[in-house]
Write a protein that binds this ligand. Structure first.
Ligand code: ZN
Length: 347
């Protein structure tokens, strides 16, 4: 079969669409005929190499994908041949103290399919049944393949970690980005007043059409000054910041007294300047979040499957064009999810 692979870290030219051995199906595994996968910024980090990430090469990337079950291992109880499934990429041990409390994303050996272990951007993938969720047959493959990672991440950030309520206000940075566009829709669904930032007219129109009550172009105006002006100097209750470097201090400045800043990453850099006086005087809370529990995944994905939430799709490319998919993400060309399909599916 063919799979997206790379044999070393580096620029996009390390990516190949190569012939690889068919996956072996373990007793807990489900073999999937992959119909589509989607890229996340994580795929770019993994390709470039991350500190402490020691991958078996060649590595098959892909932390989002969906397809049809074609074979099941002997212990698989949740799926049978012909089922439509999507990957939910977080892997937890089930045995550590955090897993015992149901806090799977806090697992001491937590890892992610496609990041630490082989992913699903291939014609076929063998995946542990615990990492699959059922997809209704009427959901299209691009939606099925592009939603689980960003929607579960944004759901846990806002609904669980930030404990958002309907009377509150939320600022979503980069509201057309992967996690951003999911957070925007979830904040609106939760009943909050939603403030959103973007860098182009098209991105701001998208944000307005998907739940933002107030939008600003952060390249034309400082967003913290804008938030304070829009809220009569009060600030917002919650800020969703996955950008990090360059936005962190303005995110803190945008918060009302007692506000919460919730982060799931730093796509623009990991070590921003911070503002300790403002954090203690205004009694702010900084909340980290990553992925979600299986129950949270079920909650948010039921709202994707019924059409309440919808992923923005930037482009659909053949898997052999994955290098181009990385460029779209790295160069911030357009917005929304980049979907890749096995070349054989496009023939
Ligand atoms: Zn664990």
């Amino acid at each position: 079969m063919h799979a997206v692979t790379f044999t070393g870290h580096g620029d996009t030219d390390v990516i190949e669409y190569a012939e690889v051995p068919d996956p072996t199906v373990g007793p807990e595994d489900v073999l999937i005929d992959v119909k589509a996968g989607a890229l996340n910024h994580l795929d770019v980090w993994v390709r470039r190499g991350l500190p402490g990430l020691d991958l078996e090469m060649p590595h098959v990337p892909g932390s989002d994908g969906a397809g049809v079950v074609v074979e099941t291992g002997e212990n698989v109880t949740r799926f049978s041949e012909g089922d439509h499934v999507a990957l939910s990429a977080g892997v937890s041990c089930g045995e550590c103290e955090f897993c015992r409390r149901g806090q799977y994303p806090l697992c001491v050996s937590y890892h992610v399919v496609g990041e630490h272990v082989p992913g699903v951007h291939a014609e076929y993938a063998a995946v542990d049944q615990d990492n699959l969720i059922p997809v209704p047959a009427d959901v299209d493959w691009t939606t099925a393949a592009s939603s689980t990672l960003v929607f579960q991440t944004a759901w846990r950030m806002l609904i669980d970690r930030a404990d958002l309520s309907a009377s509150e206000s939320v600022l979503v940075l980069g509201a057309s980005g992967g996690v951003g566009h999911a957070a925007l829709q979830i904040a609106d669904y939760a009943g909050a007043e939603v403030y959103a930032t973007g860098s182009s007219e098209a991105k701001l129109r998208y944000a307005e059409e998907h739940g933002a009550d107030h939008v600003v172009n952060y390249e034309e105006e400082n967003f913290a000054d804008w938030v304070r002006a829009e809220t009569g100097k009060r600030g917002v209750d919650v800020v969703v910041d996955y950008i990090g470097a360059g936005t962190w201090q303005d995110s803190i400045k945008s918060l009302a007294k007692g506000g919460r800043l919730v982060t799931c990453g730093g796509t623009a850099g990991p070590s921003p300047q911070t503002d300790i006086p403002r954090i203690f005087w205004n009694q702010l809370t900084i909340l980290g979040s990553t992925m979600a529990t299986p129950g949270q995944v079920d909650d948010v994905m039921s709202l994707v499957w019924d059409g309440t939430f919808e992923p923005a799709i930037r482009d659909v490319l053949p898997m052999s064009d994955t290098g181009r998919a990385h460029e779209l993400l790295e160069n911030r060309e357009g917005f929304g999810k980049v979907v890749v399909e096995p070349d054989s599916e496009l023939e």
